[in-house]
Design a binder for this molecule. Structure first.
Ligand code: ADP
Length: 487
């Protein structure tokens, strides 16, 4: 009988489930449901946690049907990180809309955290005080939702990230648990002791008994009840960490770069956390087989969204894929540089006042030059992060593994290799996030080798140009454009 694992990927824009054939080592079926976000005030982003749960149950059932005749051995879970769900432990009902990671409603509070407190917080949890992380979102709900406060007094309030809420619902309330990677994004978790930190809990007014139990990624988190069946939930990681694992980046110096709406670079630093002096975050990469792997993380808010802007606002292109041909139709950008600071700049600049710009326009500038400049800006943003990672860790980068929608662009991947001066390795299976959760689940259930490198195959490796001077020169011109965007 065929053995399968279902990988549930609860993302920000959609929830997907993938059926992984254990013996064939590949996905054989997938199901997807879009998830709505609402924007009740400028800068606010909310979702309905009940919708997340219904749609998760729907895509899981779809995969179970596709597996009929075989056996589903377990379910791995990966999810949008930081997003907070508060609910009533007695009923499982959410008490407020989920506050999504993108939501900026607590930014004034986070900006008011004094520097010495920020330093102490970073030392414990590896993060910079920012509205992005879960802690200030939970604090906001406690301050602003009377029903949540009342449930807290009665000991019935539960608060957790999306994984923990789905585990609670899937196990019919028997298990309320999260994994160390999701916990490491809350700003309440001590990344050295791998436990909730009492000092951080007190700082944000959160009680330990509201929060999920924290388990290693390869634990069994509970038994999911679906239809007449019961399936172990094993293998839980936040989405970026799942991609890191799915790309088999577990050794010190291994790096993955995800090219989606934004750009996410994770650099594995081995069993020791490295604290950044350049605006990167320190995070738990994975905890399995009794070992903790740490990572440095850099996030750039806008990457593929620049390509969407070319299509939707400027009307310069009809679809994203077309940018490859257009960029290759010119020898260079003719001196044009684009800085994608639509909503400020993330790592390593952390400047919310910066705005985008196009520089170096001449009478001969054509749409091909602008399209190419937008793609090149994605590669330069990755170079910003790579330089910080090398500086912070003291480990030279030798290769990056790529995934995400825009890694399909051959021009971009070649230019990336040229700008970084190291090879860019694209995998056969580009759904690294779903693969990471499937592999962690297989490992937890004894269905995979610990050497997960053998589960990843390269589709193409882009070798860098030998002309370092030329590409370093281009990058220096990009940095000059960034300085103007900051000014
Ligand atoms: P997310 O998970 O953030 O929704 P995806 O990984 O699905 O993102 O990638 C989608 C993004 O990649 C979009 O912003 C899109 O514009 C961009 N994209 C997709 N295909 C290409 C391509 N061939 N060239 C350049 N950009 C692309």
């Amino acid at each position: 009988m065929k053995e399968y694992i279902i990988s549930l990927d609860a993302g920000t824009t959609s929830i997907r489930a993938f059926l992984y054939d254990v013996a064939e080592r590949k996905f054989v079926h997938r199901a997807q449901q879009e998830v709505a976000s609402s924007f009740p005030h400028p800068g606010w982003v909310e979702q309905d946690a009940s919708e997340i749960w219904f749609k998760a149950a729907y895509v899981l059932s779809d995969c179970l049907r596709a597996a009929s005749g075989g056996k589903v051995m377990g379910i791995g879970v990966t999810n949008q990180r930081e997003t907070v769900v508060c609910f009533d432990a007695a009923t499982g009902e959410p008490v407020a809309p989920a506050i999504v990671w993108q939501c900026r409603r607590t930014s004034a509070f986070c900006a008011s955290i004094p520097e010495e407190d920020a330093a102490r917080i970073k030392e414990k949890c590896g993060l910079l005080p920012d509205a992005y992380f879960s802690a200030s979102k939970i604090a906001w709900i406690l301050q602003n939702v009377p029903a949540a406060r009342k449930l807290k007094e009665e000991g019935r309030l539960r608060a957790g990230t999306v994984d923990s809420y789905l585990i609670y619902k899937l196990t019919e309330g028997k298990s309320f648990a999260t994994d160390c990677t999701n916990a490491s994004r809350t700003m309440l978790f001590n990344i050295r002791t791998l436990d909730w930190d009492d000092d951080l809990l007190a700082y944000f007014g959160v009680c330990r008994d509201m929060l999920p139990a924290v388990l290693p990624c390869d634990a069994v988190f509970g038994m999911a009840k679906l239809g007449k069946g019961e399936y172990p939930i094993a293998g839980v990681l936040g989405d970026q960490q799942a991609a890191l694992f799915g790309q088999a980046c577990v050794k010190e110096g291994d790096v993955k770069l995800t090219y989606g709406t934004g750009l996410f670079m994770l650099f594995s630093t081995g069993t020791q956390p490295v604290f950044s002096k350049s605006g990167l975050l320190t995070t738990v990469g994975s905890v399995y087989k009794g070992r903790t792997n740490y990572a440095l993380e850099g996030s750039v808010f806008h990457a593929g969204s620049g390509v969407q802007w070319l299509r939707d606002e400027l009307g310069l292109i009809e679809n994203a894929a077309e940018t490859e041909r257009l960029a290759l139709s010119v020898a260079d950008t003719g001196g044009v540089f684009f800085v994608p600071a639509f909503t400020g700049l993330g790592a390593p600049y952390w400047n919310s006042e910066a705005r985008g710009l196009i520089s170096g326009i001449s009478r001969g500038t054509r749409r091909e030059h602008i399209v190419r400049a937008v793609l090149e800006s994605i590669a330069y943003s990755a170079r910003d992060l790579a330089d910080c990672m090398e500086k912070d860790s003291g480990i030279p980068l030798t290769l990056v593994r790529c995934d995400g929608g825009a890694c399909a662009n051959n021009f971009l991947m070649q230019f990336q290799a040229d700008v970084l001066g190291i090879p860019v390795d694209r995998p056969e299976e580009r759904e690294s996030t779903a693969l990471g959760a499937a592999l962690m689940c297989a490992l937890a259930l004894g269905l995979a080798d610990e050497d997960i490198g053998s589960y990843r195959t390269s589709e193409r490796v882009f070798a860098p140009s030998l002309d370092r001077t030329y590409f370093d020169g281009l990058y220096a011109q990009y940095l000059a454009a960034v300085r103007r965007a900051l000014g």
